[in-house]
Design a protein around this ligand. Structure first.
Ligand code: SF4
Length: 497
């Protein structure tokens, strides 16, 4: 069987897809290579949320091909779904597989490995062999039809109508910020909304959910540390599976979880089931749309210390005119009410927001409204994005574009405001005791301090050396530019024997 390497890009949902592919390949007896240059096959799992995400994927393809011209590159993910022919024309690409056909990648790899030389890196296996056992209709064509005449680089494309897809591809992902101590479990994919700037529904399809019994099964396996086959995040090394103490639930539009299931399940109901039927010590919700933050949900968060006090709610703009143009379904006052709801019940909760600056037609007044709104509310951090025109979206057809220099200046102002809010929040935590989960220390800290993450999403450096994945009660003594510093007031291991 061939060796493979998965090169990951993009959000947690895309990384969960990569983890699922890795799980499938290892199950079939393939071996994971330590680096892309030593692999027979590299699966590049792409993102297309911005033009710069596209550029990163193209650069990676060129780099991988230059480093190892014999490697077979299979390019998949959101970019592959959006414009497969663009990727198929790049040197070294053997296959482009859209999100619609990601589950077929293992079959594709089996097929590639069964072919014997003479064979070059840019030869292809007949497409018919791939779906001989599949009843799922799909669209495939040969890149040669699209590539320039005489191009030596002819990849095959396997993609189809993403809105027809009902499968759910997911496996827990290790890695990310927690350096393997806080796995992410994708429980929802796709989106039924149509925000005018967003390409995600067109590359991920309609909203679909992992059934509650499966969610619980995955969480139970994570808790005992046997759940996941390791997934590599970019070139990080593989690691073993620690019993998970904090699990991050993710999705594209998490608040819509369960609306596609029969019988329908509410997201809050799922959380209650997880708390009741598993011994998970802390759950964290990756992101949730503001109107899905209901009184009941906030009450549930406030009723237990097993759900992290952390709400990440995309805002995008606080100008009602721009929100309407974005086809967002709330107005600034509705959003503000949700923030107040959280802050009233959980005054120390982390409250984060995504903001897009430079949406077509955004005036200085619109920008000022967003700045004033953020200043007024108790946000604890911001993720600021510059508007990126995504072909095929409604916003891409708008003519009143904001000049790049103005977008940059507005983004700078918003980032500075976000840093000011974060600093004020960190300052407010001095003297408090936070329950934090230790992370793997970076090498420069070895022997001096241990990083840990609090329920309210603050990074705390604790004096002394502690193993990763342990609960510590940390008395916060001071704050630095981007983190807190504290000392253990009491070390508590919640590990169940
Ligand atoms: S809710 Fe809007 S921004 Fe979020 S994925 Fe759906 S369409 Fe995109």
């Amino acid at each position: 069987m061939p060796t493979f390497f998965i090169e990951q890009f993009g959000c947690r949902a895309t990384q969960a897809d990569g983890a699922a592919i890795e799980r499938q390949l290892l199950d079939r007896g393939c071996t994971s290579a330590a680096t892309p240059t030593t692999a027979d096959i590299v699966v590049l799992n792409t993102c297309t949320v911005t033009a710069s995400a596209d550029a990163k994927a193209r650069d990676a393809i060129r780099r991988l091909h230059a480093a190892n011209p014999a490697v077979r590159l299979i390019v998949t993910g959101c970019y592959a779904q959006r414009v497969p022919e663009e990727l198929a024309a790049l040197p070294g690409v053997s296959w482009v597989v859209g999100n619609s056909h990601k589950p077929q990648i293992p079959l594709l790899i089996d097929s590639l490995s069964s072919v014997t030389p003479p064979y070059s890196a840019n030869d292809f296996f007949p497409v018919a062999a791939l779906h001989s056992d599949s009843t799922v209709p799909f669209h495939s064509f040969v890149g040669a039809e699209l590539a320039p005449p005489n191009s030596p680089h002819l990849a095959k494309i396997l993609t189809g109508n993403i809105f027809d897809r009902a499968e759910f591809l997911s496996a827990p992902v290790l890695g990310g910020e927690g350096n393997h101590t806080r796995p992410t479990l994708k429980i929802q994919d796709g989106c039924d909304s149509r925000c005018s700037y967003c390409v995600i529904p067109f590359v991920r399809g309609k909203s679909r959910s992992l059934p509650p019994d499966k969610v619980i099964e995955e969480i139970r396996r994570l808790i005992v540390g046997q759940a996941f086959l390791p997934v590599r995040v970019r070139s990080e090394s593989l690691c073993g599976s620690l019993p998970a103490r904090e699990i991050v639930l993710s999705g594209i539009n998490l608040g819509t979880y369960g609306r596609d299931l029969s019988p329908r399940v509410e997201f809050e109901e799922l959380l209650r089931r997880i708390l009741g039927e598993t011994s998970v010590e802390r759950l964290r919700i990756s992101s949730i749309e503001p109107l899905d933050v209901t009184q009941d949900l906030v009450d549930l968060f406030a009723s237990t210390d097993r759900i992290a006090q952390h709400f990440h709610m995309p805002l995008q703009s606080a100008s009602n005119r721009i929100l309407a143009a974005m086809h967002r379904w709330y107005r600034a006052e509705h959003y503000a009410r949700r923030v107040e709801l959280v802050h009233e019940r959980l005054p120390h909760a982390a409250i984060g927001a995504d903001v897009i600056t430079g949406f077509p037609g955004e005036t200085e007044d619109d920008h000022a409204a967003t700045v004033a709104f953020i200043e007024r509310l108790p946000f604890t951090y911001l993720h600021v994005f510059s508007f990126s025109k995504r072909p095929g979206t409604k916003a891409a057809a708008l003519s009143n574009e904001v000049p790049g220099t103005i977008i940059k200046r507005r983004a700078r102002e918003l980032r500075a405001l976000g840093e000011k809010k974060s600093a004020a929040f960190r300052q407010s935590q001095i003297g408090r005791t936070l329950r934090a989960l230790t992370l793997h220390p970076s090498s420069e800290l070895m022997g001096r301090q241990t990083p840990a993450l609090s329920s309210n999403y603050l990074r705390v450096f604790v004096d002394g050396v502690f193993p990763a994945n342990q609960w510590l009660d940390v008395r916060v003594g001071s704050c630095r530019e981007t983190y807190l510093v504290g000392q253990v007031s009491e070390s508590v291991s919640l590990q169940k024997q």
